[in-house]
Ligand binder design. Structure first.
Ligand SMILES: Cc1ncc(COP(=O)(O)O)c(C=O)c1O
Length: 382
């Protein structure tokens, strides 16, 4: 129950056990095109969508390296900062307290203070803090200031609505191991017409071949009917993605989004019923794919986390070593509920185990309170 990689459907695992197809010719092109058509529905775009072979960061790096040039100014968050700096651009980080969303007001303030900002690059869903930033509102402010909008939908695509065309996003990327529920290794990327204009009119060439979005466009235009990607893609993962996306389509995207919203609400209410606090300060921005919970002072986190992992076989986010390695995770734990794990069986089992692990460290908690609270919201009778 970590916030990615998530568990895969049985049908995904079974299709991956078959021999992977070649990365070219009719059979593969048909699979690839079907995947791209379904991804367009998830992104909410009629424009270009590509599949980069690499983890979610490959999509982030492709977005930045293709659009941003040395000396450019980019307003950003913790997810893009290093990619921006790597191309010799200036990253202006949106200052906010832990647990606070990036709001349209915050972005507006920064864009008023800074002139000639080329782009705003931020996460739609901040996985580390369990926060969904209001991109619909942010996009209006970004457009008002004439900047590009680059969005990381690594932990939202396929679980929380993304409206690429409607919101006027320029580049949006995701990762296969989160709500798309297949193993890590594919990064879907959507690109707007305006983004292409900016790329074509760059002052200096894109300093990358593998992650240049132009490489993907060129392959699609020149060889799309027989070799749709510029390099050998992970065909096993493309087949897995088709199976997983077909399952989402069968369920219906609106129902998929509702399922995630309901599961997330059940988890949040269960957390509060245990007198624990959510990390997100304003629940309107609480994520539907991951819930971050503040750890109560004075209780043994190491014992709690390892008891869940070793005794109950459940891995939740933020193993104790992570607290020391990355301050953003300190004094909190995270429950992932995306893709396959956004499901009552997974969530109720996890909440039950969390209650037991809390009792083991003498945290005062009423018997079955988390389980029963969530069960009521999920409308399940046991
Ligand atoms: C919002 C977000 N962006 C980017 C990344 C980086 O993705 P990856 O580790 O797949 O490269 C993550 C990973 O967890 C993430 O949650």
């Amino acid at each position: 129950m970590i916030p990615g990689p998530t568990e895969c459907l049985e049908e995904v695992l079974s299709c991956m056990s078959k021999p992977p197809p070649a990365h070219y010719m009719e059979d593969f092109v048909a699979i690839y095109n079907e995947v791209i058509a379904m991804l367009k529905q998830l992104f909410g775009t009629s424009g270009d969508v590509f599949l980069i072979t690499g983890s979610g960061s490959a999509g982030l790096e492709a977005s930045i390296i293709s659009l941003i040039e040395p000396g450019d100014k980019v307003v950003t968050d913790e997810y893009y900062i290093k990619f921006i700096q790597a191309v010799g651009a200036r990253a202006i980080v949106v200052e906010r307290k832990r647990g606070e969303a990036i709001t349209a007001e915050l972005i507006d303030k920064v864009l008023q203070q800074e002139n000639e900002v080329k782009a705003v690059a931020i996460a739609h869903n901040d996985t580390a803090q369990g926060i969904t930033n209001p991109i619909d509102e942010i996009s209006k402010v970004v457009k008002k200031h004439g900047a590009l909008l680059i969005i990381d939908a690594v932990s939202s695509l396929g679980a929380i609505p993304v409206r690429f065309d409607e919101w006027g996003i320029d580049v949006c990327s995701s990762g296969s191991q989160k709500a798309l529920s297949i193993p890590p290794g594919l990064a879907p990327v959507a690109v707007s017409k305006h983004a292409w204009d900016v790329i074509i009119n760059r002052k200096c060439p894109i300093p990358s071949r593998y992650l240049s979005l132009l490489s993907y466009r060129e392959a699609h235009e020149k060889y799309g009917d027989w070799h749709p990607t510029p390099f050998t893609t992970s065909t096993a993962l493309v087949v897995a993605l088709r199976t997983s996306l077909q399952s989402l389509m069968r369920e219906g995207l609106e129902r998929v989004y509702e399922r995630h919203a309901k599961i997330a609400r059940a988890v949040r209410e269960a957390v509060k019923a245990a007198s624990l606090s959510l990390l997100v300060k304003d629940e309107r921005y609480a994520s539907n794919t991951v819930t971050a919970v503040k750890w109560p002072d004075g209780y043994d986190y190491v014992k709690f986390w390892h008891s869940l992992y070793n005794k109950f076989g459940i891995m939740i986010g933020n193993p104790p070593a992570q607290w020391a390695a990355w301050p953003i995770f300190k004094d909190s734990f995270r429950i992932g509920h995306m893709g396959r794990t956004a499901n009552p069986d997974y969530v109720l089992t996890t909440l039950c185990a969390i209650e037991k692990a809390l009792r083991e460290i003498n945290y005062p908690i009423k018997e079955r309170i988390m389980f029963e609270t969530a069960e009521k919201i999920l409308g399940i009778k046991t």
